[in-house]
Design a protein around this ligand. Structure first.
Ligand SMILES: NC(=O)c1ccc[n+]([C@@H]2O[C@H](COP(=O)([O-])OP(=O)(O)OC[C@H]3O[C@@H](n4cnc5c(N)ncnc54)[C@H](OP(=O)(O)O)[C@@H]3O)[C@@H](O)[C@H]2O)c1
Length: 328
């Protein structure tokens, strides 16, 4: 049984702890929060008896846990991951794992210096069963192009419009449409089509310089892929993958509940399976299995994909003039 510590006490951590404990592979044993009351409230709400911490150094030095789930603001992921790795803890860090190429290099170097430690980016959609069905299609057909969309009106956008500065709408915390939602699309594109020759990002920036929405174009030798991400509008468009005259239509790359293949002269059939009640259950199980069986090949394959994804995102973001404090 893995002993789980957590950083960040928002709803996503509750969802991960629920998935982790329901997988039967983890037990919540440590909670870090900046505030003692939040740590206590979190432990009470999830119904676990855990050691509570408000000092990160003391948290990482503690032997109350062996694996940490990190769901803090994006800009903090890398430093917290490195501190955890240096303390010999396995890490499951929320997307985006890093805020730029400097942080990517530092995380990979720390992991390399601790070869027994596991680091996983929690790109949960990669582990969903319907995502694998789309992978089967893209890896067995000649691809002619794709258009993938994830635009969701953020629950925090109203606060931003009222003049407040939610973390996810600031460069200070490495927020924005590309980092928050585009990362799902880049992960999908690279998983399904491979690494592009070139990526170009055209953001629509809010007055503080963060991208509220944006369009990325990925150039492949024989085709192009267009990605649209946004946090200030709501899209109901499906996503499409083209193969000659055929089109695979999926409802949402980040959470696929419908997959239909359209072919000339045939009626499209639904091929998606039922989604899991908790969308994080499969990633939680995958990470635990890899850690328990010391499957370093699984870890390294996922880290290689993460490296490719963040190289594409960071390079295109910086070229588009979106600068984070960690870029300097
Ligand atoms: N996989 C998914 O489906 C999914 C869904 C949602 C979010 N996420 C990811 O989860 C992460 C957290 O997202 P979120 O929306 O919960 O972020 P958030 O509300 O900005 O912050 C998350 C937690 O970090 C701590 N925190 C907040 N502001 C901080 C600050 N200024 N300095 C230090 N710590 C601070 C808080 O915990 P304490 O007050 O307890 O310290 C808070 O609960 C993000 O990386 C996001 O991309 C993933």
């Amino acid at each position: 049984m893995l002993k789980l510590g957590i950083i960040g006490t928002n709803w996503i951590t509750q969802q991960f702890v629920d998935a982790a404990t329901n997988s039967g592979e983890y037990q919540l044993t440590a909670v870090y929060s900046r505030h003692a009351e939040s740590a206590q409230k979190f432990a009470d709400e999830v119904g676990h008896k855990a050691a509570l911490f408000t000092d990160l150094d003391v948290f990482f030095a503690s032997d109350t846990f062996d694996t940490v789930y990190i769901a803090s603001p994006n800009i903090m992921h890398a430093d917290q991951t490195i501190a955890a790795v240096n303390a010999g803890k396995n890490v499951i860090v929320e997307k985006p794992m890093v805020a730029g190429l400097n942080q990517l290099d530092a995380v990979l170097a720390a992991q390399k210096a601790h070869p027994d430690v596991f680091v996983f980016e929690a790109a949960r959609h990669l582990y969903e069963a319907n995502f694998a069905k789309v992978s089967e299609y893209t890896h067995s057909h000649k691809i002619s192009g794709a258009t993938l969309t994830y635009m969701k009106y953020s629950s925090r956008y109203d606060a931003f419009l009222e003049g407040k500065t939610p973390n996810v709408f600031t460069t200070k915390f490495a927020g924005g449409a590309l980092m928050d939602l585009g990362v799902y699309l880049v992960y999908a594109a690279l998983s399904w089509f491979g690494v592009p020759d070139k990526a170009t990002y055209v953001p629509s920036k809010l007055p503080n310089g963060i991208d509220g929405t944006g369009v990325m174009h990925l150039d492949y030798p024989d085709f192009g892929v267009n990605l649209t991400a946004g946090k200030t509008t709501q899209s109901y468009l499906p996503s499409e993958i083209y193969s000659g005259k055929d089109t695979l239509v999926i409802d949402a790359p980040e959470s696929i509940s419908s997959i239909k293949l359209y072919q000339p002269d045939t009626k499209p059939q639904e091929s998606a399976g039922k989604q899991d009640k908790n969308p994080m259950i499969r990633e939680a199980k995958f990470f635990a299995d890899a850690i328990n069986t010391k499957d370093y090949a699984a870890r390294d394959a996922k880290l290689e994909l993460a490296k490719q994804v963040h190289t594409v995102i960071s390079t295109a973001r910086v070229a588009a003039g979106i600068v984070f404090p960690s870029d300097k």
